[in-house]
Structures are given as C-alpha cells and as structure tokens.
Design a protein around this ligand. Structure first.
Ligand SMILES: N[C@@H](CCC(=O)N[C@@H](CS)C(=O)NCC(=O)O)C(=O)O
Length: 214
C-alpha cells in the first residue's frame, strides 16, 4: 500500500486524483502545513524540500526495498510508470503528456501559487505583484484554452497525468481572479474532470482532514 504524505492543497490533490483513478490502495498521512508539520525531522527524511506531497512505495518493482519520492510531477510520473496508467505509451503521445506535465510544474503551478500569495495571504496589498501574477495566470489559462480547443484532454483523447497536474490549480480560479467564462474550452474540460467519480472521491479528503472553518 502506498503511503501518501499529504495536505489538501493543489499539489496534494494531484496525487489523490491519480490514486483514486488507478484504484491503488493508499494510507494518508496528513501533514498540516498550517501547523508547520512539513518541517518535522521525520518528514524531511522523505521530503527534503519540506513540501507536500511525498510518497513511500513499500514494494517498488525493482524489489530493492521501500522507495520515497517528493515533487508532485515526479510522483505522478512514477505512479503512471508503475501502473501503466494515464500516460500514453506511444512516443509522441507520451511526449505530449510530459510536456504539459512540465508546463504545469514550471509555469501554471508556480505562477498561480504566487497569485494566491499576493491576492490572498500577503500581509500588505502590493498592486504591482498582484497584477503581475493575475496577468501571467490569465496568459497561462489562455494557453491551456487554445490547447483544449480541439481535444478533450491536454494530451489528446485520453485523461492523463498532465490533466491531473493541471486541474487542481484551476479549482481555485476565483482566488486567482480568473473567470472560466473567459476560457470556454478550459471550462468544458474543468466540468468534465470535476464530474469524474475519482475526482469526487479525491476531494472528499478535504472534509475528512481539513474541513472549512465555520
Ligand atoms: N514543486 C513542488 C511544490 C510543492 C509545494 O509547494 N507544496 C506546498 C503545498 S501545495 C507546501 O508543501 N507548502 C509548505 C510550505 O510552503 O512550507 C511539488 O509540486 O511537489
């Protein structure tokens, strides 16, 4: 059974999306980042960057003992290769999925993360920073919208780890000052992923371990 070190944030949701879709059994170890649990020495042994998510696979295919992994993109790729699921196997399809996975890891994730910070959490409002990250998030949503204009999912016809990486960052579009009505193809794709039973199960962890405060 996979051990998942997790909190209910976009990068955390990526991994529960995969595990629920694949039907892989997993144990959740909540790491409450609001309580600084990501800095606990035991957690740092498996996640040296003191960030969630991380996993430990007790029985990887090489038979050489437990394997721990951090970085959500690396975890998604590992799980896809372990299971043979959600990553095309033909050369071009695989590269389509991987380039959009890396687009999320290097672009949408960091930029939307800064957007959240300056819009929601920064102790002072800095208009230059807010505009910079809202504009960049809008540009990236535009890129995604064009990509999805003529295919159901980012890598083509099939749902893949690229969609699982991107979707959780679009769930918080309101925090990012983005209106999905401006991005009709993203809106269609978003609704389709939101309705998947595995997505519903993945997001049930919010109510279980970090319910909204009254
Ligand atoms: N590139 C990393 C980013 C992970 C990350 O930033 N995780 C956030 C939650 S979404 C976190 O653990 N933050 C804790 C902190 O900032 O101390 C990944 O994709 O796994």
């Amino acid at each position: 059974m996979i051990d998942l070190y997790y909190w209910t944030t976009p990068n955390g949701h990526k991994i529960t999306l995969f595990l629920e879709e694949a039907g892989l059994p997993y144990n959740v170890h909540p790491i409450n980042i609001s309580e600084n649990e990501q800095f606990a020495p035991d957690f740092l042994k498996i996640s040296p960057n003191n960030r969630i998510p991380a996993i430990v696979d007790p029985s990887p295919d090489d038979g050489s003992g437990p394997l721990s992994l951090f970085e959500s993109g690396a975890i998604l790729l590992y799980l896809a290769e372990k299971t043979g699921l959600f990553l095309p196997t033909d050369l071009r399809g695989r590269q389509e999925a991987l380039q959009w996975l890396f687009w999320q890891m290097g672009g949408l994730g960091p930029m939307a993360g800064q957007n959240h910070h300056f819009n929601r959490f920064a102790p002072e409002k800095i208009p230059y920073a807010i505009k910079r990250y809202v504009d960049e998030t809008a540009r990236l949503y535009g890129v995604l919208d064009r990509r999805l204009a003529d295919r159901p999912f980012v890598a083509g016809d099939e749902y893949s780890i690229a969609d699982m990486a991107i979707y959780p960052w679009t769930v918080s579009h309101e925090w990012q000052n983005q209106d999905l009505a401006d991005f009709p193809s993203v809106q269609r794709w978003f609704n389709a992923i939101k309705a998947r039973p595995a997505t519903v199960r993945a997001y049930e962890w919010v109510a279980k371990i970090n319910p909204p405060k009254p």
